[in-house]
Design a protein around this ligand. Structure first.
Ligand code: MGD
Ligand code: MGD
Ligand code: MO
Length: 762
């Protein structure tokens, strides 16, 4: 067999098709910690849920474009490529002529696959830009709230996301790591675009070897590896801000805060201190107040605050904490707390965001720009904050706030998606189904019959990276990987590029879209111009032919020692932050001027709807954590064997504390019904004391399998609220939701998403 090199969001590997016709994969031998997710590939490459040929929804074919609530419940009719592309080109032209380019939504959020040229969204945006433009989306589900608030606090979100203190610096210098949301090892195998050497598991092991004190603040014990000096604070979910305020209050009253740092590097501390001391509202945010909200004992809060003040302390906050209601607050409060400790900009001190959220956070690879495809310029400036998709489709002309502006939702007639699965990633899927009934036409490119494909009018079969040629590399990756073709395209699948080239041809801009190049010629061209730029900078990269045959190119220079805001600390006048004051804004006059009740001018505890201390918990007394799955990337390759192996009774596994299971008569392995007033799903119970009582955990990504409003497979987004984080950032708040749970007696309806839908062949 000839194993060929390639890469994925979860790592570089090589692969070949064996004599039995089955895919075999081998981890890169130089990867110190290859990802278990590689095991999802063999069974999914030729799985029956692959889309074999272009298909159009029968109702659309018979009645033409228009709103239709049978989307998601209709049959499909298989068409030839020419017929499908002719129909779609005519529909795109109709929408543009009758409603303008603004009526096309091409936000198309999603992770798609690794590979720089065939990146689905880049291809689609390039196409739609040449078509005359489209309504786009801004920011991400991952960290869309921080992306809006961080520029107000520290002048840049990118600095925090991309240039955070590196793990070697932390391992060497940190004495106490206070990890809000932990540092979940399950997540660090993943980085968008790929990661050729997984360093982070090794760094976590070195923290344990060095006996660095870890304060794990999470409802789940396994949000930090077991080894080492870990103290677990099983916090009540959604209350981290209250804990941080209690810690901050303790620092003030014990005079442990660094006044000189606050004076020199921060703006607006005094107003925040007034709030802490309760001068405004008569409520001091002391350890006792915090203990009441967080259910962490007062003594533990006080001693943690003292220890933080007497140690080199690094405070981290996972991205999950900003993916909840008022998600700005934990991030902003953590920065205020770190500022009070006065260690921002010192090696091993200060704060970080996203450690354990993504493989590149704290990694040592270079921040290196690798070749990419130009998307061109969008002539339409209409956009939505990415998580407002359902609101946009349901309320054309409706008003909403966003970062100080009042905006209006556009009237969308055509939705175009390539490389994402909104029926995985969006909240309140029953609402999303209503929203997807509204447009005239929905177009989806997909390798698989995902729920999103099943809710489309046009389903165009896309190849996977193993079925085409590309190159790939992620943020802080150490290598540019040549992605060789390993398998023939499944059925009639085409790459997104070739599909869009066919449409562009019909719409009169084929030549501008392809620039006359084949995909292979594009790879040589993009690599060639990149290599020329490198040469000008004195770096000699190999020729394309050498690169291609050697399988990868090690990118120059690693960055082992890095401290966030080091230069700002050294000289805050010369290296002003890009905030109005040039300093860290513990109070932001700009945010304050917006007058939002759900994001004030300084960090604050704002009671959410979905938490165990609120009124809603009387009806739905369990807090469900809908976090990222250990066994796959989001919904990708859910039919693969690692993902399938993790299922319980054929459903996604939900973890529940023994006390909560016993009081409901639930035993390990039972099918349970998880519900609230938005919907319900079935899941398979795993009884464990790895989580605190009152909390259940069901990861995202089981393929949505609706039988009415019940998902029989265990997708938590039938339960989550489509409620923005705040009027400031309008981010995704899908991480936490209140639910109730009961044993499901009788025969549960079968999971059907493992088979393709009915497709009528003509
Ligand atoms: N409740 C809750 N919901 C959440 C979250 C949460 O914490 N809680 N997290 C959110 C976050 S952070 C994220 S990033 C989102 C992720 O949401 P998505 O990124 O939408 O999820 P994926 O499953 O990665 O979807 C990618 C899709 O692209 C398809 N695909 C792969 N390669 C190609 C290709 O080459 N071409 C085409 N056309 N398609 C391709 C895959 O088959 C898959 O269906 O989910 C969000 N949803
Ligand atoms: N294996 C795998 N890795 C992934 C992904 C994947 O799908 N699979 N997705 C990738 C993507 S797109 C992203 S954006 C990142 C996401 O990175 P994160 O958003 O950080 O990851 P999550 O796993 O959703 O959440 C991390 C932990 O936060 C904890 N948590 C939840 N609520 C609270 C709370 O209120 N308080 C405290 N203290 N802790 C809480 C949960 O126990 C959870 O395990 O992960 C990336 N990595
Ligand atoms: Mo994400």
């Amino acid at each position: 067999m000839t194993f060929r090199p390639t890469t994925s969001h979860w790592g570089a590997f090589s692969a070949d098709i064996g004599a039995d016709g089955r895919l075999q994969v081998a981890a890169d031998p130089d990867d110190p910690s290859p990802s278990p997710l590689l095991g999802n590939l063999p069974d999914s490459l030729r799985h029956p849920t692959r889309v074999t040929a272009p298909a159009v929804r029968r109702g659309w074919l018979e009645h033409g474009p228009g709103p239709d609530s049978s989307r998601g419940n209709d049959e499909f009719v298989e068409l030839g490529w020419d017929e499908a592309l002719d129909l779609l080109a005519a529909e795109l032209r109709r929408v543009r002529d009758d409603h303008g380019n603004k009526a096309v939504f091409g936000g198309s959020y999603g992770w798609a696959s690794a590979g720089r040229f065939h990146h689905a969204q880049s291809q689609l945006r390039r196409f739609l830009n040449l078509f005359g433009g489209f309504t786009s989306s801004r920011h991400t589900y991952s960290n869309g709230t921080s992306a809006v608030v961080l520029p107000h606090i520290v002048g840049s979100a990118d600095d925090v996301f991309r240039n955070g203190s590196s793990w070697p610096t932390i391992v060497k210098n940190t004495e106490l790591l206070v990890a809000f949301g932990g540092v979940p090892e399950k997540n660090v195998f993943v980085t968008p675009g790929g990661v050729s050497r997984h360093h982070t598991p090794g760094f976590l092991a070195r923290l344990a070897e060095r006996d660095v004190d870890i304060a794990l603040i999470s409802p789940l014990r396994d949000d930090f590896p077991a080894a080492g000096a870990v103290q677990w604070y099983p916090i009540r979910p959604a209350t981290d801000t209250a804990l941080m305020l209690g810690l901050a209050h303790t620092l003030v009253v014990e005079d442990l805060h660094d006044r000189s740092f606050l004076d020199r590097y921060c703006a607006g501390y005094d107003e925040f201190e007034q709030y802490l001391l309760g001068m405004e509202d008569g409520v001091p945010k002391d350890a006792e107040w915090a203990s009441h909200i967080t259910e962490i004992p007062v003594g533990e809060i006080v001693s943690l605050a003292r220890k933080m003040a007497s140690s080199r302390t690094f405070i981290t906050v996972t991205w999950s904490l900003q993916r909840i209601e008022h998600g700005e607050q934990p991030v902003w409060t953590a920065i205020a707390l770190a500022a009070m400790l006065g260690q921002i900009g010192l090696p091993g001190g200060g704060f970080g965001h996203g450690y354990g959220s993504m493989g590149d956070s704290g990694d040592i690879g270079p921040d290196f720009h690798v070749p990419f495809l130009s998307q061109g310029v969008n002539p339409v400036d209409e956009f939505i904050p990415v998580a407002r998709i359902a609101d946009m489709l349901l309320n054309p002309g409706g008003c909403y706030d966003f970062d100080g502006a009042v905006r209006t939702f556009p009237d969308i007639r055509l939705v175009y998606w390539a490389g994402g699965n909104p029926f995985h990633h969006h909240q309140d899927l029953n609402k999303l189904r209503n929203a997807f009934a509204r447009p005239d036409t929905v177009v989806v490119h997909e390798p698989y019959w995902t729920a999103t494909a099943r809710h489309a009018d046009f389903v165009l079969p896309a190849t996977t990276p193993l079925e085409r040629e590309d190159f790939g590399s992620g943020r802080r990756d150490t290598h540019l990987v040549a992605m060789h073709q390993v398998a023939q395209p499944y059925g009639q699948a085409r790459s997104d590029h070739v599909i869009l080239a066919g449409l562009a041809e019909r719409l009169g801009f084929g030549e501008r879209f392809t620039e006359g190049r084949s995909p292979r010629a594009w790879l040589e061209h993009l690599y060639g111009s990149w290599r020329k730029n490198l040469a000008a900078a004195g770096v000699a990269a190999p020729s394309f032919a050498e690169f291609w045959s050697s399988g990868s190119y090690p990118l120059p220079s690693e960055e082992p020692d890095r401290t966030l805001f080091e230069t700002f600390r050294q000289d805050p006048e010369a290296n002003r932050l890009h905030t109005p004051s040039g300093k860290i804004e513990i109070t932001s006059a700009v945010i304050k001027s917006f007058g939002y009740e759900d994001c004030l001018g300084h960090p604050a505890w704002l009671e959410p709807v979905e938490w165990l201390g609120g009124a809603r918990a009387e009806n739905f007394p369990l807090q469900l954590i809908a976090n990222q799955p250990r066994t796959r990337l989001h919904s990708q390759l859910d039919v693969g064997s690692v993902s399938q192996f993790g299922k319980v009774a054929g459903r996604e596994a939900i973890r529940i504390h023994p006390a909560d299971a016993a009081s409901r008569g639930i035993e390990d392995g039972d099918v349970v019904r998880v519900f609230n007033d938005r919907g319900a799903c079935l899941a398979g119970a795993v009884v464990t004391s790895a989580l605190r009582p009152g909390v259940v955990q069901l990861p995202t990504g089981a393929w949505f399998d609706p039988h009415g409003s019940l998902c029989v497979h265990g997708n938590p987004n039938v339960l989550t609220a489509d409620r923005p984080t705040s009027r400031l950032s309008q981010g995704c708040a899908g991480q936490l939701v209140l639910v109730e749970l009961e044993r499901f007696d009788g025969t549960p309806p079968p999971v059907t998403v493992g088979s393709p839908p009915d497709v009528i062949k003509r």
